[in-house]
Design a binder for this molecule. Structure first.
Ligand code: AMP
Length: 142
């Protein structure tokens, strides 16, 4: 399965925030949408990504005062994105090597979706189950 099929299945909605919102507002957005990361966007361009891990690190290093500071101070600026033609194996490799759980999807410089490790694992399990089922069919009926 590739990213295009995943986005068709799960939808292309991406929760984004402006860089100047506070870390507290970003945390509220993550909680409200039940997600683990927001893409920070300005003038339709990706400026960074802020995940729950960044919020935990900010509070651990700076105390709760960090929550009043801008999300941009704690986001990761070098965002790794994927394309619609990447497949689930490539995404799993990317997430494992880079040690993150979210990958925004870009096409022609536009943000067209986001995939999380949960999305990838769910599709990969379904693929493995389908493969096992066809092997079982083959063994039973030839
Ligand atoms: P996560 O595992 O997604 O919660 O993120 C762990 C760390 O990697 C955090 O510092 C995030 O800001 C950063 N991060 C998450 N996704 C990406 C990405 N696609 N590109 C670059 N950094 C990321």
């Amino acid at each position: 399965m590739n990213v295009r099929q995943m986005i068709e299945e799960k939808g292309s909605a991406v929760v984004t925030c402006a860089p100047d919102i506070s870390l507290k507002e970003a945390a509220v957005s993550l909680a409200q949408h039940r997600i683990g990361a927001v893409v920070i966007v300005e003038n339709e361009r990706i400026q960074g990504i802020l995940s729950e891990r960044d919020i935990v690190s900010a509070v651990a290093s700076h105390g709760i005062g960090a929550l009043d500071r801008p999300a941009a101070s704690f986001m990761t600026r070098r965002v790794i994105t994927c394309r619609l033609d990447h497949n689930t194996d490539e995404l799993m490799e990317m997430m494992t090597n880079e040690r993150f759980r979210h990958v925004p999807v870009e096409e022609d410089g536009r943000l067209v979706g986001i995939v999380s490790i949960g999305d990838v694992v769910k599709r990969r399990i379904a693929e493995v189950q389908r493969e096992a089922e066809s092997i079982r069919e083959y063994v039973m009926h030839g």
